[in-house]
Design a protein around this ligand. Structure first.
Ligand SMILES: Nc1ncnc2c1ncn2[C@@H]1O[C@H](COP(=O)(O)OP(=O)(O)OP(=O)(O)O)[C@@H](O)[C@H]1O
Length: 344
């Protein structure tokens, strides 16, 4: 934060044109908002492994592809945002805002958490970009939750208060999850605890599909034949592998169980939104009874749960859409920029 000409207030817009970036473990996606009204300029997805640094990726895949010179950037990253060098969780890139300012000509950089960006997306997601799971489809303007099984399990709340959306990016993917049904009690002893416990992320992510599958095989006394998360969903989809089919069914149950718990915590009458790469790949399974049954199975509040809608986010670039909405109207969102905004 050295060398600032002035301190921006929390609600102050970053200067246009604004580069928006959603930096995942595998893919980075960029767009530029030229002004408040323009449609974003889209750039092809970047594989993070193809570039040594994010600076190179931005230079070669964005700045060299357009004559527009972004003055500022809003970047959403997976990982804790502390200090002037931000290490990303699932890739080798380090975000150095001071270097982006010095080397690439930006005046103003804001770094957000990736699930904070997903929460922003969920605040403004229209019907076209969500697939309803279950009986209720009315998403009130009320608090929401987004959870996304992908490489890991991201979770964020989205509190609605004072006409403002407040994203709450926590570490909700790491809560405990335990056995509930008799079948769970057969399977859970075959899961491998980490430091004595099973956390939601051990079941509800790509690797989690494989963990559940291996435990199901162990409970059934058969040798596992599938190694990758995509093998498990393929075995489910083709109906060719009994254990893979049960795995996806259990995955839906556990996802519904956690989604319901998070809905209770946030009183999420605005709905629970399933993001992450895996949700979109198993939509037909999520539409089977297991997901909603587990979601609503929250006595003494089952009646309340029945009216809370659940959705799969189908927007291909949801995080960028969320960042774009924030870039245009920061005052609509309760985002603290303290310690996360760097200015020339
Ligand atoms: N067909 C599939 N079925 C099940 N899991 C899959 C399939 N294809 C990929 N996966 C798993 O999905 C996970 C990746 O999820 P996702 O696409 O959401 O990535 P991500 O964590 O958002 O990272 P990025 O932001 O870089 O895309 C990996 O664990 C991968 O093994």
């Amino acid at each position: 934060m050295d060398g600032t000409m002035h301190h921006a207030t929390e609600n102050e817009r970053l200067p246009f044109p604004i580069l928006l970036g959603d930096i995942g473990g595998t893919n980075a996606r960029f767009s530029i908002l030229v002004d408040e009204d323009a449609e974003p300029i889209r750039f092809p997805n970047v594989q993070t492994a193809d570039y040594g640094t994010i600076d190179d990726a931005i230079r070669q895949d964005v700045l060299e592809k357009t004559a527009v010179r972004p003055r500022s950037a809003i970047l959403a990253v997976a990982g804790p945002i502390e200090g002037d060098e931000i290490d990303l969780t699932n890739c080798d890139w380090v975000v150095r805002p001071m270097s982006l300012i010095a080397e690439l000509g930006f005046d103003d950089i804001l770094v957000l958490n990736d699930f904070e960006a997903q929460a922003l997306a969920v605040a403004c997601l229209t019907e076209d970009y969500r697939d309803v799971i279950g009986p209720s489809s009315t998403a009130l303007t009320a608090s929401r939750v987004v959870l996304g099984p992908g490489t890991g399990l991201g979770v964020a709340g989205l509190v609605h208060a004072r006409d403002t959306w407040f994203p709450v990016p926590g570490e909700g993917g790491h809560v405990d999850i335990g056995p509930r049904s008799p079948r769970d009690f057969d399977i859970f002893p075959h899961l491998e605890p980490i430091e004595g416990r099973i956390s939601a992320e051990q079941l509800l992510c790509g690797r989690g599909l494989v963990n559940i599958y291996r435990a199901v095989c162990a409970a059934d006394g058969v040798s596992p034949t599938l190694a990758l998360p995509s093998d498990v969903t393929a075995g489910w989809q083709s109906g060719s592998n009994h254990q893979a089919m049960e795995t996806v069914s259990l995955f839906s149950t556990y996802l519904g169980r956690l989604a319901g718990d998070l809905a209770l915590v946030f009183m999420a009458k605005g709905g629970v939104y399933l993001a992450g790469g895996i949700s979109q790949k198993i939509i037909p399974a999520l539409k089977q009874p297991e997901f909603r049954a587990a979601f609503e199975d929250k006595a003494p509040h089952s009646e309340l749960m029945r009216y809370i809608p659940t959705f799969v986010v189908t927007h291909p670039l949801a995080a960028l859409a969320g960042l774009g909405s924030y870039a245009r109207t920061p005052a609509a969102y309760g985002i603290s920029t303290q310690g996360r905004r760097w200015q020339r």
